[in-house]
Design a protein around this ligand. Structure first.
Ligand code: ATP
Ligand code: MG
Length: 656
C-alpha cells in the first residue's frame, strides 16, 4: 500500500528521497563516501516494490562484492522487499550462462581455471619465453586487462600503444603468450574469470532469442560502485538493458580503486551525456563520519589530481564532533603493531565493541605482526571480516560433516556415548581435524579454527535454548541461518586490506604501514597509478565513523636503520609537515611517538594463504607458498574467490 511504501522513505534526506522515488528513466547519483548512496538505492528498490511499481523478480541490483550483495538482500528483506536479485556482475552473468549454455553451446559449462598464473607460465613456456615471478604477475594482469577491454591477442600491441600503457614486456611477446594461454584453456576445457563475462556478452550479442528471454525477466537495473565498472561489465549492462533505460547507477569517482583491472570512472562521469534525460542527484551530507574525519578526507581529496579529482565533492559531516585523528610514528614495525594493539585494548576497555574496530593495510602480508600483537593483548580478531561466515570453506566442510552425522542418526558409532549436542558437534568437527584447544601460531590455521569454534558456540547457544534438540535440528537451523546470512557473532577486530574494505564502515579504524613504498606501493610509478593509491587511502580514511589513527614505522625490524619516511600523501595533513590544509587537523598536539618493541622469539612461519608451515627460506620471506596467489594480486584474487563461492553455491540451480 502507498502508506507502507512511504514508511520506507523515512530516514532519507530530501536528495536521497529524490533518488528513491525516481523510479522511471535513468538516474545517476554522484556522491562522496558515507553520503548514503548504498542506502538510497536500497530504499529505492524497497520503495518501488512496496508501492507496487517494481516487481521484485524484475529488478537486478549489481554490487561490487558478493558480501555487499548479501548485505543488500538482508536489508531489502528488513524493508519488506523480498525476492529482489542482488548480485555481482560475475554471479549474475554466471547464473545466466549456466542456464543458457546447454541451449546456446551444448553440453555443460566448462569449469573455472584453478591456477591462472600457472597457466600463464605454461603459456609462456610454449612460446619459449621465461617469465620470473614479477613478470608472470604483470603479464597475467595484462591479459586480464586485454580481456576486460575486449582486446584480442592480435590487437594487443596496437591497443597498448593507443592506450599509452606501460607493458611489462615486449607487447608482441605478451600477445603471443596471451594467444597461447587462450589455446591452453581450450585444450583443457576450462574458462577463466573474465571468460564468464565475455561468454555472456557473446551469447547475448549472437542470440537475440536468448537476449530477449533475459530482457523479459529483468526490467530494472541498479548498479552500486559504478565508478569501478569495467568496459566489459558496461557492455553486459547495455546488453541487459537493450533499448530500455530503467537504470540507476551510483558512485564516487574519488573512490576509483580498480582501474588497474581496466575499470574506469568515465561511465559514471559521462552518464549524463550518454543519457541526456537522466535525473542526476548529488549528495554531500556525510552521515558516516565525524567532522574531524571528514575534514581529513577533504584535505586528502584537495591534493588529488587527475580526471576523477575534477569531480570531487566536498563532504559535510552531519555528526557531532569527535576526537581528532591520531598520527603516530613508531621506530619499527613490531612497535607499530604493539602500539596499535595497546590502543585497541584501551578502546575495548572503554566500551567499544571489537567488531566495531578495523585495522586496514595495503597488502595482506602486513597483517602478521598485527595478529601477533592482538593475540598478545588478548584481543579477538578476524582476518576475513569481509567474507561471509557461511561461505567460508571450513564452515561449508563442517556443514557437510554435520549433515552426514545427522543423517546417520543414532547409528553413528562416533556419537555412541556422546546426548549432549555440543559434544556431538565437537566430536564431528574432530573428524575434520578440529581440536578444542586453539592451534599454536596465527594466520590461516588460526582463522579456520576460530570459524569452527564459533560454530561450536552456536551449537551451545542453540542447545541451551532447546535442550531436547538433535543434531538434525541443528543442521536445519544452520541451513536457515546460512540462507539469511545470520552468522554467529564472531566479534573480533577486523584485519583487512584497503581494497576489501570498500563500502564498509567501523567506529574505529587504524590505517597502518603508511610509509613511502607501501602507500603508495612501490609498484605504482605513473602519475595515474600514484593517484589511484591516494584514492585508496581516501577509501581507508572514510571507513571510520569516529576514531581514526594513521601510523607508520621508520624501520622494518627493531634496531634497523630508520630509513623510511611517512607517506607523501600525509604531507600537509599530518601535524608539523608544512602548510596545513584548510582547517586541517591541527588542533591537538603533533605527531605522537610510540616506543620501540621488545624482540620476541617467533613461532613457525605459516603460509598466509593455505596455512602450511613454511621451511623454504624464500617462501618464508614471502610468507606464503610459491604456488599460492600473491598478495599483490589480492584485489583480483578476492574477486575471484567471491565469484567461486557464489559459483559453488549456485551450481545446479536451474533458474536464472
Ligand atoms: P561508500 O561510498 O563508502 O560506499 P555510501 O555513500 O554508500 O558510502 P552508505 O553506506 O549508504 O554510504 O551510508 C553511510 C552511513 O550513513 C550508513 O551507516 C548509513 O546507514 C548512514 N546514513 C545514510 N543516510 C542516512 C540518513 N539520511 N540518515 C541517517 N543515517 C544515514
Ligand atoms: Mg556504498
Amino acid at each position: 500500500s502507498p502508506s507502507s511504501a512511504d514508511a520506507v522513505l523515512d530516514g532519507l534526506d530530501p536528495e536521497q528521497r529524490e533518488v528513491a522515488t525516481a523510479l522511471h528513466g535513468p538516474v545517476c547519483v554522484l556522491a562522496g563516501a558515507g553520503t548514503g548512496k548504498t542506502r538510497a538505492i536500497t530504499h529505492r528498490i524497497a520503495y518501488g516494490v512496496r508501492a507496487g511499481i517494481l516487481q521484485p523478480a524484475s529488478v537486478l541490483a549489481v554490487t561490487f562484492t558478493s558480501r555487499a550483495a548479501g548485505e543488500m538482500r538482508g536489508r531489502l528483506r528488513q524493508l519488506g522487499a523480498d525476492g529482489v536479485q542482488a548480485r555481482t556482475f560475475h554471479s549474475a552473468a554466471l547464473r545466466q550462462l549456466q542456464y543458457f549454455w546447454p541451449r546456446a553451446v551444448g553440453g555443460e559449462l566448462p569449469r573455472l581455471v584453478e591456477r591462472k598464473v600457472q597457466l600463464v607460465a605454461e603459456a609462456g613456456a610454449r612460446c619459449r619465453i621465461r617469465l620470473d615471478r614479477t613478470e608472470l604477475r604483470d603479464v597475467t594482469g595484462e591479459i586480464e586487462w586485454a580481456k576486460v577491454t575486449q582486446t584480442v591477442p592480435e590487437d594487443y600491441p596496437a591497443c597498448v600503444a593507443k592506450a599509452g600503457r606501460d607493458a611489462p614486456r615486449d607487447p608482441a611477446e605478451i600477445s603471443r603468450i596471451y594467444a597461447a594461454y587462450e589455446q591452453l584453456k581450450r585444450d583443457r576445457g576450462v574458462i577463466d574469470f573474465e571468460d564468464v563475462l565475455l561468454l555472456t556478452v557473446g551469447i547475448l550479442q549472437d542470440r537475440p532469442d536468448i537476449a530477449e528471454r533475459i530482457r523479459g525477466q529483468y526490467q530494472h537495473f541498479v548498479v552500486d560502485e559504478y565508478q569501478d565498472v569495467s568496459p566489459l561489465q558496461q557492455r553486459l549492462l547495455e546488453l541487459w538493458l537493450g533499448d530500455r533505460d530503467s537504470l540507476c547507477v551510483v558512485g564516487d569517482a574519488s573512490q576509483t580503486i580498480y582501474s588497474f583491472t581496466g575499470a574506469s570512472p568515465d561511465h559514471l562521469l559521462g552518464f549524463r551525456t550518454a543519457h541526456p534525460n537522466a535525473t542526476v542527484v548529488k549528495l554531500v551530507r556525510d552521515y558516516r563520519s565525524t567532522p574531524q574525519v571528514v575534514n581529513l578526507a577533504n584535505g586528502l581529496l584537495a591534493q588529488a589530481r587527475g580526471r576523477a579529482a575534477e569531480h570531487r565533492l566536498e563532504l559535510v559531516s552531519q555528526r557531532d564532533p569527535g576526537p581528532e585523528p591520531h598520527f603516530t610514528e613508531f621506530p619499527d614495525e613490531p612497535a607499530e603493531a604493539e602500539g596499535t594493539a595497546r590502543r585497541i585494548r584501551e578502546l575495548i576497555d572503554a566500551g567499544v565493541s571489537p567488531g566495531e574496530i578495523a585495522i586496514l593495510y595495503r597488502i595482506n602480508a602486513q597483517s602478521e605482526v598485527y595478529e601477533q600483537a592482538l593475540a598478545d593483548q588478548g584481543v579477538p580478531y578476524q582476518l576475513r571480516g569481509a567474507e561471509r561466515f557461511f561461505d567460508r570453506p571450513e564452515v561449508r566442510e563442517a556443514g557437510v560433516a554435520l549433515k552426514g552425522a545427522a543423517r546417520a542418526g543414532g547409528n553413528d558409532p562416533l556419537l555412541d556415548d556422546v546426548e549432549d549436542l555440543p559434544s556431538q558437534v565437537r566430536a564431528v568437527l574432530g573428524t575434520t581435524g578440529w581440536t578444542a584447544e586453539p592451534p599454536a601460531g596465527s594466520g590461516a590455521v588460526r582463522e579456520r579454527w576460530e570459524s569452527l569454534a564459533a560454530l561450536v558456540r552456536l551449537a551451545e547457544d542453540f542447545a541451551r535454548g532447546r535442550p531436547e534438540a538433535t543434531l538434525a535440528d541443528l543442521v536445519t537451523e544452520l541451513g536457515e541461518r546460512a540462507n539469511v546470512q545470520h552468522a554467529p557473532a564472531v566479534d573480533g577486530v577486523t584485519l583487512a586490506s584497503l581494497h576489501s574494505a570498500k563500502g564498509l564502515e567501523w567506529d574505529a579504524v587504524f590505517l597502518v604501514g603508511l610509509t613511502e613504498g607501501m602507500m603508495p606501493l612501490t609498484h605504482a610509478k605513473t602519475d595515474e597509478q600514484i593517484e589511484e593509491e591516494r584514492r585508496l587511502l581516501y577509501v581507508g580514511v572514510t571507513r571510520a565513523r569516529k576514531h581514526l589513527t594513521l601510523s607508520w614505522a621508520l624501520s622494518r625490524a627493531p634496531g634497523g636503520r630508520a630509513g623510511r619516511r611517512p607517506s607523501r600523501f600525509l604531507d600537509g595533513l599530518r601535524p608539523g609537515s608544512g602548510a596545513s590544509h584548510r582547517g586541517g587537523p591541527g588542533g591537538q598536539g603533533g605527531v605522537e611517538r610510540g616506543g620501540g618493541s621488545r624482540r620476541r622469539k617467533r613461532g613457525p612461519v605459516l603460509c598466509r594463504v593455505c596455512g602450511r608451515t613454511l621451511t623454504d627460506a624464500g617462501e618464508m620471506k614471502l610468507m606464503r607458498c610459491e604456488g599460492c596467489p600473491s598478495d599483490l594480486d589480492e584485489a583480483l584474487y578476492e574477486r575471484l574467490r567471491d565469484w567461486r563461492m557464489q559459483e559453488a553455491k549456485e551450481l545446479g540451480q536451474p533458474a536464472y
